[in-house]
Design a protein. Structure first.
Length: 446
């Protein structure tokens, strides 16, 4: 901690000057991601700001003999409230000076600067500070020799056979049987789960179809159905796993009241050319297996490439110097929490369910999982933005139009977003540039 404070002190002492004919700007780098500008304005800037203020006030001031909004500026000066004029002049002077100072210093602010007036003599002098988070300087490491290798998993005969078996089950015939159920059968049942004699949410269903041996339910549920015949009703006492996602049910003792309605035997079709023809445009089993192998290989290639890209970006972050603005981390924290909440909702869960399973408080989750993920997202964005500059990666209007068309085609029917808005098109353009930059990184390290 001592070393960090020493480094921070050194950063604060960094001091630079910029001056125009009468406006003076000094820059303090408070840290790698935060700056404070001290700006001093003289008579000329304040006079210009006063003229702008008078023009604005002329729209509202009332002067006998003139229509509202048509009062000449020279007349406005004699009738306007001096305090209102002073405040408007101050506001306009601050706004213009801040914009010009950050532009002249080529500093990209990430938030509205916090302004503090140090001295104001109307018509004579204005001194103030403007502090804000800024886009930091990123120093790339040797991105041409990251030492990451792409590894594509082999497709085995077993992999192909597993797909074939799933396909056979899809074409299987289901026959009602009057014997006891066994693994591999399909059971149709009604069930109600109760804890302490009271039914719990999500623990009941009617005419539920269950493949015995599929392990869809908690341990012991499917095993308890094996050995029973259609028409039987029975109770199954069980204990939920301690790591179950619902805190209410984790480790709880419950009883499932089950009525087994039907038991069906699954009769798999023979693997022959006739089945291959049913599965697609194939005339032989060999053709079917060859197609399955090609699809699996293509999938393994995509998975390997995605993993390769992730590892390349991770390694690039590792070898580079990437200061992380806290404001960007906060933005990503909010985005991650929103994404997590939505994804859990799709599974019928809540964030409280997830945190209960993880045995984490909300604050602990933010400080660990979310903080790390948010920082990694920000670092990735910053290093890729810098790499795109260094490698001169650009996107043409034609490429952007095609990418927008793809998004419209993919999401248009189930999204209310307007793909013609500048904000959304800018977001798509940023994604396109990021994708092209990663592709360039892959090309360099192939």
């Amino acid at each position: 901690m001592g070393l960090f404070l020493q480094m921070a002190t050194v950063a604060i002492l960094l001091f630079f000057w910029y001056s125009s004919p009468s406006m003076k700007t000094s820059v303090k780098h408070l840290s790698d991601t935060k700056v404070e500008l001290t700006i001093v304005l003289g008579e000329k800037e304040l006079k210009d700001a006063e003229q702008v203020a008078l023009t604005k006030l002329a729209k509202t001031v009332k002067v006998p003999g003139f229509r509202k909004g048509k009062v000449p500026v020279a007349v406005v000066a004699k009738h306007v409230d001096p305090n209102a004029l002073m405040q408007q002049t101050l506001d306009d002077a601050l706004s213009k000076a801040v914009s010009e100072a950050f532009t002249s210093e080529d500093i990209q602010a990430l938030d509205r600067p916090q302004v503090e007036v140090k001295k104001f003599v109307p018509g004579k002098e204005l001194e103030f500070t403007a502090e804000t988070d800024v886009l930091p300087k990123v120093t790339l490491g040797d991105y041409k020799k990251l030492g990451v290798k792409k590894t594509v998993g082999k497709v085995t005969v077993k992999d192909v056979d597993e797909i074939i078996e799933r396909m056979r089950k899809g074409f299987a015939e289901r026959k009602d049987v009057d014997r006891a159920a066994k693994d591999g059968d399909e059971a149709v049942l009604d069930f109600t789960g109760k804890k302490d004699g009271v039914a719990f949410d999500g623990g009941n269903a009617t005419d539920y179809t269950l493949a015995l041996g599929s392990n869809q339910f908690i341990p012991g549920f499917e095993e308890a159905i094996v050995g029973h015949k259609a028409g039987e009703a029975f109770d199954v006492p069980l204990t939920f796993p301690k790591e179950y996602h619902s805190a209410e049910l984790a480790g709880a003792k419950v009883v499932f009241e089950i009525t087994l309605k039907t038991v069906k035997e699954i009769v798999l079709p023979e693997l022959n050319d006739e089945l291959a023809a049913k599965a697609g445009p194939f005339t032989t089993v060999a053709e079917l297996k060859a197609d399955i192998k090609r699809e699996l290989e293509a999938g393994r290639e995509r998975e390997a490439l995605d993993k390769f890209k992730d590892e390349l970006v991770g390694k690039l972050i590792e070898v580079s110097t990437v200061p992380v603005p806290e404001i960007l981390v906060d933005d990503q924290r909010k985005s991650i929490e929103q994404d997590m909440t939505q994804n859990l909702a799709y599974q019928g869960l809540t964030l409280d369910n997830y945190l209960g399973n993880k045995k984490l408080t909300y604050e602990e989750w933010l400080a660990t999982e979310v903080k790390e993920a948010a920082e990694n997202r920000v670092k990735a964005g910053l290093v890729l933005a810098e790499l795109s500059k260094v490698e001169k990666v650009t996107a043409t209007d034609e490429e952007l139009a095609e990418k927008i068309r793809q998004y419209q085609e993919q999401y248009g029917n189930r999204s209310k977003q307007d793909f013609t808005t500048p904000e959304l098109q800018r977001d798509i353009a940023n994604r396109l540039l990021t994708d092209k930059t990663i592709d360039r990184l892959v090309e360099i390290n192939a």
